[in-house]
Design a protein around this ligand. Structure first.
Ligand SMILES: C[S@@+](CC[C@H](N)C(=O)[O-])C[C@H]1O[C@@H](n2cnc3c(N)ncnc32)[C@H](O)[C@@H]1O
Length: 365
C-alpha cells in the first residue's frame, strides 16, 4: 500500500464496492461466541434489522457495561449494527453517533433509523450517522469532551494513522470517558512487503498493529494502560497470503482505555454494589480483574482512579487500603501479550472460536 490517501481510498473501495454483504464471507466463524453476552445484549443485537446485520464486518463484541443514558461514538460504524444495538441499550435519554467514510455503508445505516426508533418505542431517534474520517473526528463535527464511551469494531487497523485516531478519540472523550474497542493485532512489526498488500490491508491484516505498539501509542496520547478484555485467534489459511505474511500471527483483541485526570487516586479497596443490569453477580472488568458483588478488592492507583472518575463511580464503595498493608494493591500485570494469553486459555480448553477467517480474498472480519 502506498501513502495515506491511497490507503484510505483503497479501503473505501473495498467496503463500498468489493464487499456487498456477509454472504461474501467464506465461513461464519467471525460471530462472537454467545456465552460472552448478557441477556440485554442478546436482545439488543437480535432487534437489529437483517439488512444491517448482513453487512456486519466486525471482529469482536464492543458492547461495554453500564451504557444507559450515555453518549456513545462508534468509529467506523459501517452498516450500523453496533450503533443500533447500543441505541437500545443507552435508552431514550442516551444517544449514539456512528462515524464512517464510506457512502455505501452509511446508506444502509441511515436507511433504518426510523425502523429502530419505532422498534425501541422511542419518540425520536437517538442514533445518527456522520460521514467523516476517524483520523479527523473533530472535523466531522464531534465536539471535544462530549463523548462518554467510544466503541470501534475492526476499524483502527485499517487506518494509516493510528496515533492520529487515538489522539482524536482522546480529544472528544469526556474526562473519565472510555475507548472500548476490538481490533486485529499482530505478534510482530510486519515487513513492508506485507504492509503493501492491498487485499490483506482491506482484510484487516496488513494494517494490524504489533500489540506492544498499542501500549506505546496509548501512553503517548495520554490514555490509561490498555486493559485486555478478550482475545480471539485470527487464522490466515490461504497459501498465497501465508507466503506474504510468513510466520506472522494475528489476534482479535478487545481493549479498554480510559481518559483520566493527571491527579491519580490512591491505591485502596473497592466494593462492587452489584447494581449494573446484566452484571448483578460480578463485573468482569478485564481478563484478570473481576469485582464480585459485595467483595472488598484491593486495587492500584490507576484502577482506583478509573473507578472513581468513570461512569462506574456510583457502582463502587471506596475504602482505604486494608490496614496492615503498605497501601499498595497486590501486583497486577496489566500488560500481557495476547498470544501468551490465548495460549493460557488454550491449555485450559477455554480458547474462543476464531474471530475472523482470512482464508480467501473475501472479507470476514
Ligand atoms: C471492517 S469494517 C467494520 C464496520 C463495522 N464496525 C462493523 O462492525 O460492521 C470497517 C469500516 O470502517 C470504515 N473505515 C475504515 N477506515 C476508515 C477511516 N479512516 N475513517 C472512517 N471510516 C473508516 C469503513 O468504511 C468500514 O465501514
Amino acid at each position: 500500500m502506498g501513502d495515506s490517501t491511497n490507503i484510505i481510498e483503497s479501503v473505501k473501495e473495498y467496503y463500498g464496492k468489493t464487499l456487498q454483504n456477509t454472504n461474501d464471507l467464506k465461513t461464519g466463524a467471525c460471530m462472537t461466541p454467545s456465552k460472552q453476552m448478557t441477556k440485554p445484549m442478546k436482545a439488543a443485537l437480535s432487534a437489529v434489522h437483517d439488512e444491517v446485520h448482513s453487512r456486519y464486518y466486525g471482529c469482536g463484541l464492543v458492547i461495554p457495561e453500564k451504557v444507559e443514558g450515555m453518549r456513545v461514538l462508534d468509529l467506523g460504524s459501517g452498516s450500523g449494527r453496533d450503533c443500533y444495538a447500543l441505541s437500545k441499550l443507552v435508552g431514550e435519554e442516551g444517544s449514539v453517533v456512528g462515524l464512517d467514510m464510506t457512502d455505501e455503508q452509511l446508506e444502509v445505516a441511515w436507511k433504518y433509523v426510523d425502523y429502530h426508533t419505532q422498534k425501541f418505542g422511542y419518540s425520536k431517534p437517538n442514533v445518527e450517522f456522520v460521514k467523516g474520517y476517524i483520523e479527523k473526528i473533530t472535523e466531522a463535527g464531534i465536539k471535544e469532551n462530549s463523548i462518554d464511551v467510544i466503541i470501534s469494531n475492526c476499524v483502527i487497523n485499517l487506518s494509516p494513522d493510528k496515533k492520529g485516531v487515538l489522539r482524536e478519540a482522546y480529544k472528544v472523550l469526556k474526562e473519565g470517558g472510555e475507548l472500548y474497542f476490538s481490533d486485529v493485532y499482530c505478534d510482530r512489526d510486519l515487513p513492508d512487503s506485507a504492509r503493501k498488500h492491498k487485499v490483506l490491508w482491506g482484510e484487516c491484516i496488513s494494517g494490524a498493529l504489533w500489540w506492544e505498539d498499542l501500549y506505546t501509542l496509548a501512553k503517548e496520547v495520554g490514555f490509561s494502560q490498555p486493559r485486555l478484555v478478550t482475545a480471539t485467534p485470527v487464522p490466515v489459511e490461504r497459501e498465497d497470503f501465508k507466503q506474504v505474511l510468513g510466520d506472522a500471527r494475528f489476534v482479535s483483541v478487545t481493549y479498554r482505555l480510559f481518559k483520566l485526570p493527571s491527579a491519580m487516586q490512591p491505591a485502596r479497596q473497592v466494593i462492587y454494589n452489584g447494581e449494573i443490569t446484566g452484571y448483578e453477580g460480578e463485573l468482569k472488568f478485564d481478563y484478570q480483574q473481576t469485582f464480585k458483588n459485595g467483595d472488598a478488592v484491593s486495587v492500584g492507583e490507576e484502577m482506583s482512579t478509573i473507578l472513581s472518575v468513570s461512569r462506574f463511580k456510583e457502582e463502587f464503595d471506596f475504602q482505604p487500603a486494608a490496614s496492615g498493608s503498605s497501601g499498595s494493591a497486590p501486583a497486577v500485570q496489566v500488560k500481557i501479550d495476547p498470544f501468551v494469553y490465548m495460549a493460557q486459555l488454550d491449555s485450559k480448553g477455554e480458547l474462543p472460536a476464531s474471530a475472523c477467517c482470512v482464508s480467501s480474498a473475501k472479507k470476514c472480519c
